[in-house]
Design a protein around this ligand. Structure first.
Ligand SMILES: [Fe+2]
Ligand SMILES: [Fe+2]
Ligand SMILES: [Fe+2]
Length: 375
């Protein structure tokens, strides 16, 4: 498997905290995720003619492995007398039924769109299942792990993908090899983890794509600034490089906050949002905080900067969670128009959409959509 693919899988695995810390199960879950990621990459890269064949073949392979995994999981849960086995089995059965039907279906029309749509649903279902239902048996299985360990490993050894799975598991868990690579290298996996924790803990998604993307990017800039600030505090002798880096990070964050406010305000004005004035007033009040931060950082008043960075983050989070979310209820029926308008702003150079911002958005927002598997 390509290192970039492994990197992507690792990012998903770590960001969403998917490990149950039961190695035999984690290996299987990793393999399921790997198949989804491979399907996604196939769709992104291939020419349309070969695509349909390959996609159907990979989907069938995914189906086979899913069945293999589910039946093993159910056997284990039987052995440990898991009380919710019945419900769990129903979930598995429904999922397999949908997959089976979709794998047989011939798609007419926009094949790529249909395949992407299917994949998105599979992915969301699988992620949510691992993160909630499977997490439910974690405790009971951990308690009984020693008793079933040998039997489990024997079963894993029978899988036709045995070697690939072992290889993947090792590479995901030992990222310090010389080929370590991730699409989030510039952001840093530790920062990504912090961003995703904030995002999910405070439920920051508004549902307006550009706004969500900018919020995520803002969090990224803030988290990065805080990190540099902390690093600088720890130093006994101040390094010039770090000082410059911190200054740059601060001004990038402040600039982006302004750009973001500008975007929100432009959208609100364009579509006559009823509460535009009071929302804009909040943005203006916030600018006072920023002004203070600029001033303090010129004086190099580290205590004040620490406090201001903290205030900045708290203010932003509560503003997003309360005020910005109101935007969605107003705009939800016109999201298409909003997107067109945003495209214009982008073409006019009024907003910037960074590649890394898109990557974070895809990872945290698209992967967390509610599944709509119709059975
Ligand atoms: Fe399960
Ligand atoms: Fe905002
Ligand atoms: Fe706002």
């Amino acid at each position: 498997m390509k290192e970039s693919t492994v990197g992507r899988i690792r990012t998903i695995w770590q960001t969403f905290d998917m490990a149950l810390n039961i190695p035999a199960i984690d290996k299987q879950h990793l393999w399921l995720i790997a198949m989804i990621v491979e399907l996604e990459e196939d769709l992104e890269n291939q020419d349309p003619v070969k695509m349909e064949d390959n996609f159907t073949r990979t989907l069938t392979r995914a189906l086979d492995y899913t069945i293999e995994h589910f039946s093993l999981e159910e056997k284990i849960l039987e052995i440990v007398s898991y009380p919710k086995l019945g419900q769990h089995r129903v979930q598995h059965t429904r999922f397999v039924a949908v997959l089976r039907r979709r794998a047989r279906e011939r798609v007419t029309g926009d094949y790529k769109k249909a395949a992407l749509n299917l994949l998105r649903n599979l992915r969301t279902w699988l992620f949510q299942h691992i993160l909630s239902e499977d997490r439910g048996y974690m405790d009971i299985l951990t308690v009984h792990y020693e008793e079933i360990k040998d039997w489990l490993n024997l079963q894993l050894g029978n899988s036709m993908h045995r070697d690939e799975i072992e290889d993947l598991y090792k590479r995901v868990n030992n990222p310090n090899g010389k080929f370590h690579q991730t699409e989030f290298q510039t952001i840093g996996e530790d920062n990504l983890k912090i961003i995703s924790e904030l995002w999910f803990r405070y439920k920051l998604k508004t549902g307006i794509a550009i706004v969500d993307m900018q919020h995520l990017w803002l969090l990224q800039l803030l988290v990065n600034t805080e990190k540099l600030h902390r690093q600088r505090l720890k130093q006994e002798i101040r390094s010039e490089i770090l000082t410059v880096k911190l200054k740059e990070a601060l001004s990038a964050t402040i600039d982006y906050i302004k750009e973001h406010f500008g975007t929100e305000e432009a959208i609100m004005r364009k579509f006559n949002f009823h509460d535009t004035n009071s929302h804009i007033k909040q943005h203006r009040d916030f600018n006072a905080l920023i002004g203070d931060l600029v001033l303090r950082s010129k004086d190099d008043d580290t205590d004040a900067i620490s406090k201001l960075l903290q205030d900045l983050k708290e203010w932003l989070i509560s503003h997003i969670a309360v005020e910005d979310k109101k935007l969605f209820y107003f705009f939800r029926s016109r999201l298409g128009e909003v997107n067109d308008f945003v495209r214009q702003l982008n073409q006019q150079g009024k907003i910037h959409i960074w590649k890394d911002a898109v990557s974070i958005y895809k990872l945290l927002v698209e992967y967390q959509e509610t599944p709509t598997l119709h059975v």
